[in-house]
Design a protein around this ligand. Sequence first.
Ligand code: ATP
Ligand code: MG
Length: 335
Amino acid sequence: PNRIFSGIQPSGGLTLGNYLGALRRFAQKQDEGIESIYCIVDMHAITVWQDPAKLRHATRELTAAYIASGIDPEKSVLFNQSQVSAHAELGWIFNCVARLGWMNRMTQFKDKTAGKNAEASSLGLYAYPALMAADILAYKATHVPVGDDQKQHVELTRDIAAKFNHDFGVNFFPMPEPVIEGAATRVMSLRDGTKKMSKSDPSDASRINLTDDADTIAKKLRKAVTDPEPLPETAEGLASRAEARNLVNIYAALTNSSVEAVLGEFAGQGFGTFKPKLAELAVSVLSPISTEMTRLMQDTGEIDRILSRGAERAEAIARPILDDVYDIIGMVRRK
Ligand code: ATP
Ligand code: MG
């Protein structure tokens, strides 16, 4: 039986990348009837400094974004990580399964410490992939829908599962598969076509936020870095034009079509024509979501109740799995 797990960090406002690469696809999976567990990974967020009041707000706002994007908290399990201690418990065990050499190969740690003193980053930021493996395997999830940037971490999760099974001579954890599909598996920064769009990028101009209004979206796209060439006839014509390719990809993802179809419509036209069309399209997709988020955020008591209920349901799945893990590794349990 298939079971999906995925998570998003409450580390800031959500971006168009999070929507196209994660939220929208999570809702599709739920609607296909696959058992789905979606988490607000607040324990991952604190691997870098989070102001407590902002963290609390971002957790509730992310819950609202999940629901506004189509996650039904009755159909899917929707909760925040710190309410289910199985994540922290299994995370520690996986810290003892994963090898330092494996962690040293993780590119996200390198990206997140680039230009900074890595020695001054938290131990949690380094160990993050082991906690992510615990998030997934605490539910024995089989499929993990993520953006392209998380592929390496899901592969590490498989390595951890395999080593655990091998070391203890059991066939206990499944090998979860990353599910990376669609036109927008890696939405790039509007300021630099070689960098991923991220909610924690210090430059707000680098991203479109779910909560940006129509004028802000139009302005950010108008200022987005592009080249002076018109759009080409074929996808190959975008090969060495990272920024142009990114905007065409976004257009294709927002219309559920392909890069070829978008070029079929816009080939020969310049960005002066294309950018306002893209802005109009982005606003038409995002504004109903941000309106619904605003409405949901008026009742944070209800949001907190949804999270508590989700945590109870998550706990009911994870606890028996954790009990088995403790038995397998030889921990004497309370009678
Ligand atoms: P942070 O900068 O704090 O790491 P983030 O924007 O990378 O934030 P995450 O919470 O780390 O967001 O990731 C949540 C999900 O969104 C993951 O599945 C991730 O792969 C996906 N995602 C993040 N950025 C993009 C992007 N630019 N394009 C497509 N998917 C993305
Ligand atoms: Mg990230």
